[in-house]
Design a protein around this ligand. Structure first.
Ligand code: OVM
Length: 395
């Protein structure tokens, strides 16, 4: 087994992970990460195989670097993300119904109108704007907290909480140091928003409490399931929508194609999730000794899944894996994970992105970068700080 001295959580790699992923894949299917007691999987085949084998690669010891059996988690573990069957299954069933395609049907028209309104507002201010601040962050923050039933007061904490949470899956580096001071305050705020009383009587939050009333989950589980919505539902879509805007701002031919075929909005979003992989990495922990590509891995070993690398592995995606291409079929990408834990909110994410892309495609002839976009390094997310763009409105 080969070893890499490169720290995958250093600022250089987090800001520009693609060259590192190429070296990682070239180094072999299983690579030891120097300085962490961690093995890395970077090939699509092996990342996929590990994600679908939850019996061997468990999530209950945490999907960050920290092993919950050896270190106290910084918050009570998520009942979805950081739990294995059987405990995982009831919360998962409840949330997949609440966030399923049927339940979202009533949001479709509302979100389309919200997106049209937002894009009109943005365009009225002029042809140049920061796509991250004006759309990537604003649209999810306009529609998702309302859909959850979160009170308006305090919503400014959602993005800082997410940034903290996704950093906390990584090692205790300077990114974690930077968010540590606000951890108690942001945690307390999120927890306080998960009670039945603090949520609107309609919305995903109330739906979760109704599931507790029916006995589908326990009343003790309900606030933690609400917490998962607030944890996983904001930064992910902000980063995903920013990613697809970046993809189009740098691929004018693909924008022209979307303009001609707005029904490609959905596949465009999935292709952007493959291409950028907003969630770059998650860990698993082995439950037993196992062999991967001839390499023997001991039990209780933290294994790091490079989703972003698997999503650009030429062995799966071909020689043009690095190209954002609406002609590609991106299904099978692991940007939403794969298997039992695959993103339970993916239909929400797709509906948000589709609403934004359709509104933009109907109103914007061309979109291009108007300056250098700036990354926001994060231990888990491939995020953006800012993305100056210039558009030509459609006549
Ligand atoms: C959760 C959670 C938190 C962060 C991410 C996530 C991508 C889930 O608390 O359940 O899924």
């Amino acid at each position: 087994m080969t070893l890499t001295e490169t720290d995958p959580f250093c600022t250089d790699v987090l800001t520009d992970p693609v060259p590192f992923h190429e070296r990682l894949r070239a180094a072999g299917p299983v690579v030891r990460l120097h300085r962490y007691d961690v093995l890395a999987l970077s090939h699509y085949e092996h990342v996929h195989a590990a994600l679908v084998d939850w019996q061997t690669f468990r999530s209950g010891a945490g999907v960050g670097l920290s092993h919950f059996g050896r270190e106290e988690p910084w918050r009570p573990p998520s009942l979805l993300l950081e739990t294995d069957p059987p405990g995982h299954d009831a919360p998962r069933r409840v949330l997949s119904t609440i966030l399923g395609p049927r339940a979202l049907r009533s949001l479709r028209e509302r979100w389309a109108a919200d997106a049209e309104l937002l894009v009109d507002e943005v365009l009225a201010r002029g042809p140049e704007f920061d796509a991250v601040a004006a759309i990537g962050e604003t649209f999810p923050l306009r529609v998702f907290p309302d859909a959850v039933g979160l009170p308006v007061q305090g919503r400014e904490n959602l993005l800082p909480y997410g940034n903290m949470l996704f950093n906390a899956f990584g090692p205790h580096n300077e990114l974690v140091d930077a968010v540590l001071p606000r951890m108690p305050e942001l945690s307390a705020w999120v927890n306080s928003r998960c009670t039945r009383e603090s949520l609107a009587p309609d919305g995903f939050g109330a739906d979760i409490w109704a599931a507790a009333d029916r006995g589908d989950i326990t009343p003790e589980q309900a606030p933690l399931v609400v917490r998962s919505l607030l944890s996983a539902g904001v930064d992910t879509t902000v980063t995903g929508i920013s990613a697809v805007l970046y993809a189009f701002a740098t691929h004018p031919d693909q924008w022209a194609r979307l303009r001609e075929h707005p029904e490609l909005a959905r596949v465009a979003f999935d292709e952007a999730v493959r291409w950028e992989s907003p969630v770059q990495t998650f860990f698993r922990t082995t439950t037993r000794a196992v062999e991967i590509a001839g390499v023997r891995i001991p039990a209780e070993q933290k294994v790091l899944m490079f989703l972003g690398s698997a999503n650009r592995d030429p062995a799966r995606w071909g020689d043009d894996a690095d190209r954002f291409d609406l002609a590609r079929d991106p299904s099978g990408h692991v940007g939403f994970g794969m298997g039992m834990h695959q993103c339970v909110g993916q239909h929400v994410a797709r509906l948000e992105a589709e609403s934004v892309l359709r509104a933009l495609a109907a109103r914007v002839e061309t979109i291009e970068l108007a300056g250098t976009p700036v990354r926001r390094p994060n231990n888990t997310m491939r995020a953006w700080e800012s993305m100056p763009v210039r558009v030509r409105p459609a006549s």
